[in-house]
Design a protein around this ligand. Structure first.
Ligand code: SF4
Ligand code: SF4
Length: 410
């Protein structure tokens, strides 16, 4: 099994109401049936099942990511109890390293929370969408008020108290990459995880004949790579690593399994964007083991075959070793499931080409020595558009079994 982390939905409600939120605002309404907080009973099952999983698969590292909703709506005692239980587990598993992260919207983060996280060795990451204007456009509270000012203070506090500000940022292509980059520099960010929005083929808002996302990311890359004091951007580092064949993408998405507030086991959160109930597996931590996820069709595809069971276009794509078909949510279409290339396909081609060609320009000797060639994105797009539609992926039947008849919108 590929996962080494659990994303724990310890609170199923949120003090914000972001318009792009896949939990609440992109088609899945199952959160309404969730308890507001994860109970001690569910936590006990999580710890027990994690122990069994680690032993069975001989894992040396394991992470718990506290998630929501907004995880800071849970009590401080919840975190103390959880970490205490994991510390007990360490006695039985002395050779396993455990890590804790919390992904918060930052609104409630203050010195007391940070002191607690420091004492429990929990690493916080805050969601910020760049500039105040970009952030307040989407990340609003339930009265529609922007949350940037509070979140900016939280990021500053994190830097002061922990000397590390880890940020997650959903990309908004209406904002200039220069302004977004500058605002994170002002925030003293150490690490910014830029996230490509979770659109599917059914709700993609961009013109597919243009490469809006790639153009935005390329502009950001050019600013970032020339900044000697750059913060870390895992999207670019992952692509550079893959292109240089140093490691696999460091942020391979299929390393995290999700546990809902009521103990339900789910393969991946972002697929909630595919429709109401899409991520439901029927599994629950109270009666199933973590690895049972591979017995569900979605879990099997996601954890075992994410990068190999692709549509015909991706299978024939010269960039598939790097792109791997893009993220799963971006491949979905209600009428034919995952039998599609990423909705960002042309963007991915252009971005990968830009980074590879930049790399070659820095190390021209590699061009000859390692036989690394410059990529012409137009040629690849043309090649892909000429692939015969008659040829079908050998995985067509399985990929199309994930079609979704109807999406219930909030
Ligand atoms: S803070 Fe996160 S969970 Fe809350 S509404 Fe925004 S995106 Fe959703
Ligand atoms: S670039 Fe497009 S066709 Fe190639 S693997 Fe990625 S999504 Fe598939």
């Amino acid at each position: 099994m590929t996962f080494n982390s659990l994303a724990l939905k310890i609170a199923s409600r949120c003090n914000l109401n972001c318009s792009y939120c896949f939990m609440y605002n992109l088609g899945d309404t199952t959160y309404k049936k969730q308890p507001k907080f994860m109970s001690a009973e569910i936590v006990n099952h999580v710890i027990e099942k994690t122990k069994n999983y680690i032993k069975k698969y001989n894992k040396k590292e394991f992470s718990f990511i506290f998630h929501g909703g907004e995880p800071l709506l849970a009590s401080k005692q919840f975190y103390i109890d959880f970490v205490t239980k994991v510390n007990e587990l360490k006695k039985e598993l002395p050779n396993v390293s455990f890590f804790f992260d919390v992904q918060t919207n930052g609104v409630l983060l203050d010195k007391k929370w940070i002191a607690l996280f420091k004492s429990l060795e929990i690493a916080p990451s805050i969601s910020v969408d760049g500039t105040k204007k970009a952030h307040d456009m989407f990340r609003v509270d339930h009265k529609g008020n922007g949350s940037y000012d509070k979140v900016f203070k939280s990021a500053q506090l994190l830097k002061e108290e922990m000397d590390y500000a880890d940020i997650a940022c959903v990309i908004n292509t209406n904002e200039s990459p220069e302004e977004i980059y500058t605002s994170f520099k002002k925030m003293n960010a150490s690490y910014v995880n830029f996230l490509i929005p979770d659109y599917t083929h059914d709700n993609f808002p961009f013109d597919k004949n243009k490469t809006t996302m790639a153009d935005w990311l390329i502009a950001l890359f050019d600013i970032w790579i020339r900044d000697a004091n750059r913060f870390k951007i895992p999207l670019f580092l992952g692509l550079l690593n893959s292109l240089m064949r140093i490691t696999e993408d460091a942020k391979n998405e299929s390393t995290v399994l999700v546990i809902e507030t009521n103990g339900e086991i789910e393969a991946i959160d972002s697929l909630k964007a595919c429709g109401h109930g899409f991520t439901k597996t029927g599994l629950n931590i109270t009666s199933n083991n973590l690895e049972d996820i591979q017995n569900t069709s979605l879990g099997n595809l996601y954890f075992n075959d994410l990068n190999s069971k692709l549509c015909n276009q991706c299978l024939q794509c010269p960039l598939n070793e790097i792109c791997k078909g893009g993220r799963l949510v971006h491949r979905h279409r209600k009428s034919n499931g995952f039998n599609n290339p990423s909705v960002y396909c042309n963007d991915l081609i252009k971005l990968i080409a830009h980074i590879q060609n930049f790399f070659i320009s820095c190390y021209p000797e590699l061009h000859e020595k390692e036989n690394i060639e410059a990529i012409n994105p137009k040629e690849i797009m043309e090649y892909l558009s000429n692939i015969s539609k008659e040829i079908e992926s050998p995985f067509k039947k399985e990929l199309e079994s994930f079609l979704q008849e109807e999406t219930v919108l909030v």
